[in-house]
Design a protein around this ligand. Structure first.
Ligand SMILES: C[S@@+](CC[C@H](N)C(=O)[O-])C[C@H]1O[C@@H](n2cnc3c(N)ncnc32)[C@H](O)[C@@H]1O
Length: 222
């Protein structure tokens, strides 16, 4: 199974996938290949620290983690090979590139990713409640993917609204309440905490995201 984390930053998404894998996939017999795509000029040193920490603490022959230099705004780095990916995550990533969405390289990048993804591949979009970004992601994916998370009101479920500009309708989007302070196993994160500052990632901002609401949507490539 291949999980590709677009805009995976210092490795937080990788740690999330690993955490889930260790807790819930003990009986998994195959290989898990986690690929992180982000800007190496920003995160290269942090990735090295993460690799060192994983080599020391993660002893599981089923798991490989690899890092790729990726920049949606730079033609030579904006065409990742995601044809094998079963899951493509975009966690707190699309909000960061939203302001560049009209650039030709950015349009080509997302077009390439969506067109070359295999049928059945899952796109997990998650992040802040920014309705413009939710709408942009939906417009990018809607023609080639099926939305699996409901966009209708579900009583008792935490949901927020956004306007779908292709139909003019107000739609619902799910969110999860996250409180990582309750987690006891953030050792790998703590190991790379100092490097986050070097990568220009304010640790206060990371701490804020320990507790809050994460909007999410799951799409499946047709
Ligand atoms: C808010 S961080 C999220 C990182 C990680 N997914 C997380 O949740 O901790 C946004 C990420 O988008 C990346 N990013 C911003 N602009 C980018 C671009 N043009 N191409 C590729 N990645 C970019 C940043 O380097 C950063 O790692």
């Amino acid at each position: 199974m291949t999980v590709a984390c677009l805009g995976g930053g210092p490795g937080s998404d990788v740690l999330g996938v690993l955490d889930y894998f260790m807790k819930y996939m003990a009986d998994f017999k195959g290989q898990l290949d986690i690929q992180l795509y982000d800007r190496k000029d920003k995160w290269g040193p942090t990735w090295e620290s993460l690799k060192t920490a994983m080599d020391a603490e993660l002893h599981d022959p089923r798991v490989t983690v690899s890092f790729y230099d990726f920049d949606v705004t730079t033609a030579g780095k904006s065409k990742p090979d995601l044809q094998k990916a079963d899951v493509i995550t975009m966690h707190y990533f699309m909000e960061e590139v939203y302001s560049e969405r009209e650039r030709a390289e950015v349009k080509e990048c997302f077009d390439h990713i969506i067109q070359t993804a295999k049928p059945g591949a899952l796109f997990l979009y998650s992040g802040m409640y920014m309705y413009q970004v939710i709408n942009w992601v939906h417009q990018l994916l809607k023609d080639n993917c099926e939305l699996l998370t409901p966009d209708m009101e579900l009583p008792g479920q935490p949901q927020k609204i956004y306007k779908d500009t292709s139909t003019g309708d107000w739609k619902w989007v799910s969110y999860a309440e996250v409180d990582l302070h309750q987690e006891g196993d953030l050792q790998l994160f703590n190991d790379i905490r100092d490097d986050l500052q070097t990568g220009g990632y304010p640790t206060e901002e990371v701490s804020q995201r320990f507790k809050g609401n994460v909007v999410y949507r799951l799409y499946r490539k047709k």
